[in-house]
Design a binder for this molecule. Structure first.
Ligand SMILES: [Zn+2]
Length: 255
């Protein structure tokens, strides 16, 4: 009788151990499935790597503060290291007429200038305005037309088509897009991932600039997740909806 109790205890301990191993096994599997559901974005030698989730349709993407810090800082599209204010000082020719929001069009159909015009010599290389982006549109057509809203004298809102010329659109981690218009040359393809050193194209006079007296300039437009233009002087903005827009375009699992 004296020996039986320790045997029972031994059996009990053994059972607890086996049970613990089984519970741990399933718990580890559960944790593993959670890890698989996470897409990890890392910065490696100035390029972005999104690790693929294996078993889930909707991956969770981790955007670290370091990532945002590294890839979302506003840069000059001419890659000349200027701050935003220096950029405006150097490339904006006319304080009023070249900014966002100035009135364009005819008396019959007034529209708002949806970007800013940065005057640079013809064939100046242009770069993305952040260190990571995805090309979401390439319109390599001198007669490319953009539909913009305009106002009739009666106050009625109408739309009019204007020629942007060769146009490139790039989406950044904030979920906002930059539109470059009037380019002479375009060097990127739809869906291409670009960084701060990618030559996107060359400034020029395509589109409605061809027949105007204006000199070569980069029409820089910023658009939010609803494809609504906003004043580039407001800088880049980071919102939940914007980041969802960006993640929607990110090709997870492909380097
Ligand atoms: Zn313009």
């Amino acid at each position: 009788m004296k020996l039986k109790a320790p045997v029972n205890i031994r059996i009990l301990i053994l059972l607890i151990l086996i049970l613990t191993i089984i519970v741990n096994f399933f718990y580890i599997r559960y944790l593993q499935s959670k890890i698989d559901n996470i897409t990890i974005i890392t910065c490696e030698s100035d390029s972005l790597i999104a690790l693929s989730p294996k078993y889930f349709d909707e991956p969770v993407v981790l955007l670290t503060p370091e990532f945002i810090e590294k890839y979302s800082k506003y840069k000059s599209p001419f890659n000349d290291g200027l701050t935003f204010n220096e950029l405006l000082k150097k490339y904006i020719k006319n304080r009023w007429a070249d900014h966002y929001g100035c009135i364009r069009g005819t008396r019959e159909r007034k529209r708002v200038h949806e970007g800013m015009d940065l005057y640079a010599p013809e064939n100046t290389p242009v770069y993305p305005i952040a260190d990571y982006g995805i090309v979401t549109e390439v319109s390599d057509n001198p007669h490319y037309l953009v539909k913009v809203q305009c106002k009739k004298p009666s106050g009625k809102i109408d739309s009019v088509k204007i020629e942007y010329g060769k146009t490139v659109r790039i989406l950044y981690p904030e979920g906002i897009e930059s539109v470059y218009a009037h380019l002479n040359e375009v060097y990127v393809k739809l869906g291409q991932e670009v960084n701060g050193n990618t030559v996107v194209g060359l400034t020029g006079r395509t589109g409605n600039l061809r027949n105007s007296s204006k000199k070569s300039h980069l029409h820089l437009e910023l658009r939010d997740e609803d494809n609504k233009s906003f004043d580039p002087r407001n800088r880049l903005r980071f919102t939940q909806a914007c980041i969802r827009n960006f993640l929607g375009h990110l090709k997870v699992g492909e380097k």
